[in-house]
Design a binder for this molecule. Sequence first.
Ligand SMILES: [Zn+2]
Length: 411
Amino acid sequence: MRQLIRNIAIFDGTGTAPVPGAVVVEGEAIAAVLHDEAAIAAVEADVVIDGQGATLMPGMVDAHTHLTWGSSVEKIYHQFILPPDELKVAAWRNARVLLDHGYTSLYSAGALGDQIEPELARAIEAGETPGPRLIPSTLERSPEGEEGVETGDVFNGRGPDAMRAFVAYCAEEGVKSLKLVISGEDALKPGSSADILYTDEEMLAAGEAAREAGLWIATHAYSPRAIALALEAGARILYHCSFADDAAVDAMAAKKDEIFYAPGPGVSVAALEASPPPHINMSSMKASAAERLELEKTLVPKLKARGVRILPGGDYGFPFNPHGRNARDLEHFVTYYGFTPAEALSAATMLGGQLMGQQVGHVKPGYLADLLLVDGDPTQDVRILQDANNIKMIMLGGQMHKSPAAQPVNA
Ligand SMILES: [Zn+2]
């Protein structure tokens, strides 16, 4: 089927201003991007969509997603670890909620169940349930199990062999990116962000095994030493990195073509804004969030200036930071990190597509037709994307997830 989307301003993902034109979608991919009126008029299409002057842009990519962190704008859970049945329901719901909010690709930063995401990724791909493209993960691995959930067997344990066993397990389960918690987490255990949970031998073994198995590595890393370990292991994406020093910045910049960085401002800003009920004490989480955001205000622009690819995605899924608000990260990039709106948009689309390792994130012939039609110009104000009502159309691989409303025909 050939679809023509016309009367639009096209934001192609690169960061340049939207340009009037039309897009031809053939099957699941973009066949042509046209700017010439005569060429547009000559297109023979099965379906013509009049964009009515809206902005057409690539679907967004979230680089740090936890679908099994239950809470979304549709349903807030006040317990963090859900019973297994509810956990699966929440993950499947959250995938759909993210797609409803313009996210067509997700890179998982770890799950609270070991098989939920590979199963969900398969179901989405088979068209059994609506959801974005998903790089699935599994339980986050930490050596002693004290930073995450108690899991036993391959998710904990010390030594290079334990790391190889974990990688083998992930490969067997259909995981595409495994998650290693290298740093402690202040928000959970005050004062632990400087802790280092793995040795060089363990990280090197994990990196080698992951490369052999064709898996990617995502890392929770705060301190310079944790960043060094992540880079040593060949991590694809580094999260947070808030305490990076100049040497760590140099080390990340030296690997700028191999790595991605997602600071994750969403959870920090939401923690600072949260007013929890009296029985919930968020004081250490708030203190940690304030400290990190302050450091990142200087750090992120430095890494950006060195050409490191920096992506939105901010640990959504807590009751105070529910899924569906993910586009707030783009605003945070502008407010805290000095990005222009167009740069934040490009990070969420083109750079996100590079992270996914798929032909997504660009409005360009040959790329998959993961496209949004947005009321207004998000390169002027990225906050437009925070309201799903402003997203008139959501297309995933040429298939409509949300069709534009029927339009009156002028006589
Ligand atoms: Zn996370």
